[in-house]
Design a protein around this ligand. Structure first.
Ligand code: TXA
Ligand code: MG
Length: 539
């Protein structure tokens, strides 16, 4: 019956001004045993009457989800906790007071009238009281507790946008409510309060530190740690030999090592994009260089490649489709699933992500990334220091503006001392100081070059350890024709070498602002050049 054959009703509600008639109608669909996808502050949920076993079973059918994976039961207010849970400990009451309504789910002993179809046959029930106003009004008006997993097809990333829900569930459920984007973007924190020490089964927006501030010591389910995942035979290989697959298609976490995650959902493949996702860890520079190299290798194999970067790092990738997840953890959480889904739409076959990890909300992001990647983590190799000192010569007409900026920037961005950068002119009649506007722009960027004078390029200084970079193609041709030691093998147009389309324009005669723009263009090119040279020094 649920094979995309149903007529799904779509309604739109504004959380600030909820249409009474429409929400009453949606609540009636729930009360009648129907399935309603609705927004929450974390992700969209697919709701059904939690007391109706048939309705709960239809959720599994619509999602294509294994039916032993229990559902979270949503209530309209903390005062209804007793309807679904019994023997509620004081810790639960304190946590409810502090975090409800909000993105916290508590595992407690269940009331007998919650059917096995809802709890997957467990004696416990996971309870959540969402703060999204559409969600709480819907639950209140339906008159029943609402069982709701995330509103996605099983195995796909959770849905954080109305469009995601429609993509996964149109034709499979009775109703979908468009309530805008889910602001948090990651599923609720799940804490088990039936154990001696409250135990986090799934990290989320409410952090371990937040919980500890209310109830004292809290532990994290040992099956969630990366060590557990790694003992379970997960990849943590060297990037250089893993441009292909790091391990077999990942079986679920923890389980094979004899670790049994307490949240039954943890054993299923989760949050996964269709492409093969790898997380790359290491220092920022090492990670970017490693990903650039992996992307190149994958593209040579003819693969469609995606990159997950932050807003700050996205410009440093040379090829592949780069999507950024913002910078702050809140931005990353809110955009991660959307980005994973975009790569599905784009048909990415392999995706490399900067491994964003951390504490607080960072722990939840780390957890979701690891699961989405089936624990495939690659270590970015460090570049090796070479014993031979090589020379880079940046070249332009007079050698006292663009080439001087380039040499100075290279010295600052390149993280190793085995390379020296100098600035030379093609036609230097007499030594000149730095061009005035160039100097002003550099000073305002914190770079001072004491005693700089321009120097003429000479054939003698070009040897086998030299690379020459010009700003314009015209200059490259001049260098090649004037200097016998300059060849196609050692003389490059800077922009072309780093994969940029446009030459670096001559700011001469322009305003200070023109020089400022020129400086930024050169900075971006030099960053890529430095990345590329360091990349060649990593195995
Ligand atoms: O933010 C959220 O929690 C969203 C929104 C819709 O509320 N819901 C959600 O549900 O993420 P779902 O089904 O995708 O994830 C529920 C998780 C599963 O991993 C499940 O195994 C676990 O909660 N769970 C449910 N009942 C449990 C129980 N009694 N004991 C331990 N884990 C339980
Ligand atoms: Mg889910």
């Amino acid at each position: 019956m649920n094979d995309g054959q149903m007529q799904t009703e779509h309604i739109r509600l504004d959380a600030e001004n909820i249409d009474e008639e429409l929400i009453a109608h949606a609540a009636q669909v729930l009360a009648d045993g129907g399935l309603v996808a609705f927004p929450t502050e974390t992700v969209y949920g697919l709701g059904a009457n939690a007391l109706d076993a048939d309705a709960a079973r239809r959720i599994y059918e619509a999602k294509g989800r294994p039916s032993d994976n229990p559902l979270i039961v949503h209530i309209a207010g903390a005062d209804r906790l007793g309807d679904v849970a019994k023997d509620v400990p004081g810790t639960a009451k304190k946590l409810a007071e502090r975090f409800w309504p909000g993105p916290l789910t508590m595992v407690l002993h269940k009331q007998p009238d919650i059917p096995d179809a809802t709890t997957g046959g467990l004696a416990t029930v996971a309870v959540r009281c969402p703060s999204n106003r559409i969600a709480s009004e819907l639950i209140k008006k339906s008159g029943c507790p609402v069982a709701a997993p995330s509103a996605n097809r099983s195995g796909r990333p959770s849905t954080t946008r109305y469009a995601h829900v429609t993509e996964d569930l149109d034709g499979r459920v009775d109703m979908i409510i468009d309530g805008g984007d889910a602001p948090i973007g990651l599923e609720s924190t799940i804490v088990d309060l039936t154990a001696d020490v409250p135990t986090i089964l799934r990290p989320g927006y409410v952090t371990k530190e937040d919980l500890e501030a209310v109830v004292g010591k809290v532990q994290v389910d040992p099956a969630l740690t990366r060590d557990a995942a790694e003992t379970a035979g997960r990849a943590s290989g060297q990037a250089h030999n893993t441009a292909g697959k790091a391990s077999g298609d990942a079986a679920p976490s923890g389980m094979d090592a004899g670790l049994h995650p307490k949240a039954p959902g943890m054993k299923y493949r989760h949050y996964a994009p269709k492409g093969d996702l790898y997380l790359v860890q290491g220092s920022e520079g090492d990670v970017i260089r490693c990903i650039n190299k992996l992307v190149e290798a994958a593209q040579q194999e003819g693969k469609t490649v995606g990159i997950i970067a932050t807003a700050e790092t996205k410009e440093r990738y040379r090829s592949g489709t780069v999507l950024d997840v913002g910078t702050r953890p809140e931005e990353v959480a809110a955009s991660l699933y959307d980005v994973l889904r975009q790569f599905d739409t784009l048909g990415a076959e392999v995706i490399y992500a900067e491994f964003l990890s951390g504490s607080g909300l960072g722990a939840a992001i780390e957890n979701r990334l690891l699961k989405a990647a089936s624990y495939q983590v690659l270590d970015a190799p460090k570049p090796m220091q070479s014993s031979r000192r090589r020379k880079l010569i940046f070249v332009e007409g007079h050698g006292n503006a663009r080439s001087a900026m380039a040499a100075a920037l290279f010295d600052r961005l390149y993280e190793s001392s085995d390379m020296e950068a100098v600035s030379r002119g093609i036609v230097v009649q007499f030594p000149e100081p730095l061009n005035q506007k160039t100097e002003a722009v550099m000073v305002s960027n914190g770079i001072t070059l004491e005693g700089f004078v321009s120097e003429q390029l000479s054939d003698e200084e070009i040897d086998q350890d030299t690379m020459l970079f010009t700003m314009e193609e015209r200059q490259r041709q001049q260098v090649l024709s004037k200097f016998p030691s300059a060849t196609e093998e050692n003389t490059f147009l800077l922009s072309e070498y780093v994969g940029d389309e446009l030459e670096i324009m001559d700011p001469y005669g322009g305003t200070l602002q023109t020089y400022g723009i020129c400086f930024e263009v050169i900075r971006a090119s030099i960053q890529k050049l430095s990345d590329r040279i360091l990349e060649e020094k990593t195995l």
